[in-house]
Design a binder for this molecule. Structure first.
Ligand code: DAH
Length: 355
C-alpha cells in the first residue's frame, strides 16, 4: 500500500470519530500545515522518478482533495450545529402573554332605542334628532303651550337663564316642530333622545329618555294611531297578544288626547305583558292640534295626523326586569355587565330584537 494511501486511510478514519472543531483544525494543520504530512509530500514531487511522478502527483492531489473536502464538510457540519444550538438557547418567545378580552356591553337604554328605531323604521318612520338645550319657543309656545299655561308648571323645567328663554328640553315634542319647519308634509318620523325634568325618585330621574312619534298626511285619523301603537307594543314586547287601554287625557299639543296603558300581571316574580288586570301607563298621544300645524305653516284643513310620546326608560325596565330607574344612570360596571347587551347583536325585526 502506498504511503499516500496510508495517510489518506488513516486520517479518514480519524476524521470519522466524534471530534471537536479544534481537534479537526489540529488534524488540518497536521496534514496541510507548513510541514504537514500532505504539504511535505508535495515538496518531494521533484525527487520522484519520472516514471512514477505522474501517478504520485495524481494520487497525492486526490488524497489532498478528499481530505480537505472531508475536513471542510466536518467543520461546516459542526459549526452549523453550534449555531443551531445557540439559536435554540437564545430563542425568545415573541408572543404576548394572553390577556382576557373584555368586550363592552350596550346599555339597556341604548338597546331599547335601537329596538324602537328598528320597529318603527319597518313601517316607514324615519329617525330625527333635536338638541337637548332647547329654547322656550320650541319646547312650549310652538306646541300650543303659551306663557302662563298650567302645563308649563307640570314640566318641572330646568331653565338655563334668568329670562327663561333657554332650557333643557322637558320632552322630545319640540322635535316635531323642528322637523315640520324644515320640511314639507307628509311627515312620518320618530325622535328618540334625552329629556330633563327636576324630579327624582325610584321611577323618576332628572334625565330620562323619550321617543316622539309624528305622522302627518292628508288622511290620517285616530284609527291609524291605534293601529300603529298596537303594532309597536306587540313587536317591542315580542308577544302575540296585548291588552291596551286609551284613557282620555289632556296635552296642549293634541286634540283629542289620550294616555295609553298596557295590561300586565306578575307571575312568579316576573312581569307578563298582555295578561292580568294591572295597568301601566307607557305613553301619551293624540291627534296633532290645528294650532301646532298653523305654527309650522302646515294647513290644518288639508293635513292632519297623530303624535305620541313614549317613555323609553320605563319600557326598558318592564322588558328587562329592572326595578329601579336610578340604576340606569349609576354607571355601575357590574350592573352594566349583567343587564347590558352584546354590541354585535344589533336589534332587527328579522333576526330578533333582544336576543
Ligand atoms: N310630550 C308629552 C310629555 O312629555 C308626551 C306626549 C303626549 C307627546 C302626547 C306627544 C303627544 O307627542 O301627542 O308628557
Amino acid at each position: 500500500m502506498s504511503e499516500i494511501k496510508n495517510i489518506r486511510d488513516q486520517f479518514i478514519s480519524k476524521l470519522e470519530n466524534d471530534l471537536s472543531i479544534d481537534q479537526i483544525n489540529e488534524i488540518k494543520t497536521e496534514l496541510f500545515g507548513k510541514n504537514g504530512l500532505i504539504s511535505s509530500k508535495f515538496k518531494t514531487i521533484g525527487s520522484i522518478p519520472d516514471t512514477d511522478r505522474k501517478k504520485f502527483a495524481s494520487d497525492l492531489n486526490q488524497a489532498k482533495d478528499e481530505l480537505q473536502n472531508l475536513i471542510t464538510s466536518k467543520i461546516n457540519e459542526l459549526e452549523g450545529k453550534k449555531i443551531n444550538e445557540k439559536l435554540e438557547k437564545e430563542k425568545v418567545d415573541i408572543t404576548l402573554p394572553e390577556r382576557p378580552f373584555v368586550r363592552g356591553k350596550v346599555h339597556p337604554v341604548s338597546q331599547t332605542i335601537d329596538e324602537i328605531s328598528s320597529i318603527f323604521s319597518e313601517i316607514g318612520f324615519s329617525v330625527e334628532e333635536g338638541p337637548d338645550v332647547e329654547n322656550e319657543y320650541y319646547n312650549f309656545t310652538a306646541l300650543n303651550t303659551p306663557d302662563n299655561h298650567p302645563a308649563r308648571d307640570m314640566h318641572d323645567t330646568f331653565y338655563l337663564d334668568e329670562n327663561k328663554e333657554f332650557l333643557l328640553r322637558t320632552h322630545t315634542s319640540p322635535v316635531q316642530i323642528r322637523t315640520m319647519l324644515k320640511d314639507k308634509p307628509p311627515f312620518k318620523i320618530i325622535a328618540p333622545g334625552r329629556t330633563y325634568r327636576s324630579d327624582s325618585d325610584q321611577t323618576h330621574s332628572p334625565m330620562f329618555h323619550q321617543v316622539e312619534g309624528l305622522h302627518i298626511d292628508t288622511n290620517i285619523n285616530m284609527g291609524h294611531l291605534k293601529g300603529c301603537l298596537n303594532y309597536f307594543i306587540k313587536e317591542f314586547f315580542e308577544v302575540e297578544k296585548i291588552k291596551m287601554r286609551f284613557r282620555p287625557s289632556h296635552f296642549p299639543f293634541t286634540e283629542p288626547s289620550a294616555e295609553v296603558d298596557i295590561g300586565y300581571e306578575i307571575k312568579d316574580g316576573k312581569i307578563i305583558i298582555g295578561e292580568g288586570d294591572k295597568w301601566l301607563e307607557i305613553l301619551g298621544c293624540g291627534m296633532v292640534h290645528p294650532n301646532v300645524l298653523k305654527n309650522v305653516k302646515v294647513d290644518p284643513s288639508k293635513y292632519q295626523g297623530y303624535a305620541f310620546g313614549i317613555g323609553i326608560d320605563r319600557l326598558a325596565m318592564l322588558k328587562y326586569g329592572i326595578n329601579d330607574l336610578r340604576a340606569f344612570f349609576d354607571c355601575d360596571y357590574r350592573w352594566l355587565n349583567h343587564f347590558g347587551f352584546d354590541p354585535l347583536d344589533v336589534p332587527s325585526n328579522y333576526r330578533g330584537l333582544s336576543r
